[in-house]
Write a protein that binds this ligand. Structure first.
Ligand code: FE2
Length: 442
C-alpha cells in the first residue's frame, strides 16, 4: 500500500448521512484511520471539527477500468471520424510513435488532479505494452509513485494489439510486469481467430498464476454474439485457482447472446468468482455501430449478472482520447449512464449503481481498509446530496475529499440565487423526499 500523507490533527465530521440510509451521525478520524462512527460523539479538544450539515458521506469513488496512457490526448494527431472502436485502435496506433514519456506523465497527472477533485481516489488503469520502448509503462510507473500519497493507481499490462497477434507483445508484457505493473491484461476478441483468443486467455492466466498476480482482460468487446471468451476466462480461473482475482471487462457480446446460452454462462461466471466491469459511457457510444435499427445498446447484462451473485463494477474507461471525446472523471456520470442503459431505476437498483462505482470496484481492485467502518483508512467524500440516488441524479458536488485523514479537496455548495417577481428564492436541486430507504439492498 502507498504511504499516506501524515495527518496529525484528529478530524471530526458532525452530522452526516451514509449510503446505507443512516443519518445524524458523527465521524471521528485519528492518525489517518476512522476511529468511530455514531450519534452524538464527543469532539476531542484538539480536533479539527467540520459541520457536514447532514450531507452524504461516502467512501471514495473507485474506477475499475481506465486508460491513463491515452487520456486527454483528444485530437492528437486527429479525431476519430467514425467513432468506432476499431478506428480508435488505429488512431492510437498513429499516436503511439509520437508520444513522449513527459507528455504521457503530464496528461496523467492532470487527470489525477481532476480525479481527486471528483472524490475518485483509486483507479485501475490499463497501460498499452505493444510499444517496444515501453514509454507509457515507465511514465505511468513514475506517476503511480508521485500520486501515491493521495491516489491509489493500479496498472494493468495491456497488449492492445493482441498478445499473439503482435509479435513482441508477450515479451513486452513480461517486461512491464518486471517493471512493477501489477495486473495481467489481455484482449482475446482482437486476436486473429477464436482459437487464438482462447489460447491468449490460457497463457495469460497461467502467467498471472505463476507470478501471483491478478488478471483483468478486455473481453468480448464486440457485438458478435459468438464472441465467448468470457467462458474460457471463467474456466481458466477455476482451473488455476484464481477465484476472486480475475476480472472480465466490457463483456458487451453478452448483450447480443442467445438467452439460453447466457442462462448457462451466468452461473459459470459466478462459480468462478470472476468480477465484471461494464463501461457504460464508452460502450453506449462504441457498440452497435454496424446496426441500422433497432440499434443495440452495447452494454453487458448488468442486472442479470448481479442477480446471479457476480460482483459488477462500472468503469470510466476513457476521457478525451481516441475512443471518446467527452468525460471528466466523474464516476457519478458513469453510474448515471449505467443506470439508464440497464434500466436500473428502482430504489434498490439505483443503490446498486452507486455501489458499482464505490464498494464493488474496491473489491475488484482488492483495496485494503476501504469503507467507513472503524479501522478503515480515512478516505471519503462528502457529497451535496442526501442519498445515493440523489447523488447520481445531481452528479452531486464534492464538498470535501479526504485522504488518510487529510482534506485534499474542497468545493463550496452549489446554490443558485434567484431573482423572481415577488419573492427571493434559492435552488440547489436537492429534494425534500428521498424515496423509501428501507428498499435499499443493505
Ligand atoms: Fe478499456
Amino acid at each position: 500500500m502507498p504511504t499516506p500523507m501524515p495527518a496529525h490533527q484528529p478530524l471530526f465530521l458532525r452530522n452526516v448521512c451514509l449510503p446505507d440510509g443512516r443519518s445524524g451521525l458523527d465521524l471521528l478520524v485519528r492518525d489517518g484511520r476512522i476511529e468511530a462512527v455514531g450519534p452524538a460523539l464527543a469532539v476531542p479538544p484538539d480536533a479539527k471539527a467540520i459541520d457536514a450539515q447532514g450531507w452524504l458521506l461516502s467512501p471514495p469513488f473507485v474506477d475499475a477500468h481506465f486508460h491513463m496512457d491515452s487520456t486527454l490526448s483528444y485530437g492528437l494527431p486527429r479525431v476519430n471520424a467514425s467513432g468506432t472502436l476499431l478506428e480508435g485502435i488505429a488512431l492510437w496506433g498513429e499516436l503511439k510513435p509520437l508520444l513522449t514519456e513527459e507528455a504521457i506523465a503530464d496528461r496523467a497527472l492532470a487527470y489525477c488532479d481532476w480525479a481527486v477533485a471528483r472524490g475518485l481516489l483509486a483507479i485501475r488503469s490499463h497501460v498499452d505494452v505493444c510499444d517496444d520502448r515501453l514509454l507509457a509503462v515507465r511514465a505511468l510507473r513514475a506517476v503511480q509513485r508521485q500520486v501515491a500519497p493521495y491516489l491509489d493507481l493500479q496498472l494493468v499490462a495491456f497488449p492492445q494489439d493482441g498478445v499473439l497477434r503482435s509479435p513482441r507483445a508477450l515479451h513486452n508484457l513480461k517486461a512491464a510486469l518486471d517493471l512493477g505493473v501489477e495486473v495481467v491484461g489481455g484482449i482475446p476478441h482482437f486476436e486473429r481467430t477464436m482459437a487464438d483468443g482462447a489460447e491468449s486467455v490460457r497463457l495469460l492466466c497461467e502467467l498471472a498464476a505463476e507470478r501471483g498476480l491478478r488478471v483483468d482482460m478486455h473481453c468480448d468487446e464486440s457485438d458478435d454474439p459468438l464472441s465467448r471468451h468470457i467462458e474460457t476466462l471463467a474456466q481458466q480461473t477455476q482451473r488455476l485457482g484464481l477465484q476472486g482475482r480475475v476480472t472480465g471487462s466490457h463483456l458487451t457480446s453478452m448483450h447480443s447472446m442467445d438467452n439460453y446460452y447466457v442462462s448457462k454462462l451466468l452461473p459459470l461466471i459466478a462459480e468462478a468468482g470472476v468480477h465484471v466491469v461494464a463501461n457504460p459511457l464508452i460502450n453506449i457510444t462504441l457498440q452497435g455501430r454496424h446496426d441500422t435499427y433497432p440499434r443495440r445498446r452495447g452494454m453487458t447484462r448488468v442486472p442479470e449478472l448481479l442477480a446471479a451473485g457476480v460482483n459488477v463494477g462500472f468503469g470510466q474507461d476513457c476521457v478525451m482520447d481516441p475512443w471518446y471525446a467527452l468525460g471528466s472523471g466523474d464516476m457519478l456520470e458513469v453510474a448515471g449512464m449505467g443506470l439508464h442503459v440497464a434500466q436500473m431505476t428502482s430504489v434498490a437498483a439505483q443503490r446498486q449503481c452507486f455501489d458499482a462505482v464505490t464498494v464493488n470496484n474496491a473489491r475488484i481492485l482488492g483495496l485494503e481498509g476501504y469503507g467507513l467502518a472503524p479501522g478503515c483508512r480515512a478516505d471519503f467524500v462528502l457529497l451535496q446530496a442526501r442519498s445515493p440516488s440523489e447523488a447520481i441524479r445531481l452528479r452531486a458536488h464534492r464538498l470535501l475529499v479526504v485522504r488518510a485523514g487529510t482534506v485534499v479537496s474542497r468545493m463550496a455548495p452549489a446554490t443558485a440565487e434567484l431573482s423572481l417577481p415577488g419573492r427571493p428564492a434559492t435552488a440547489d436541486f436537492t429534494a425534500q423526499t428521498q424515496g423509501p430507504p428501507s428498499q435499499a439492498p443493505r
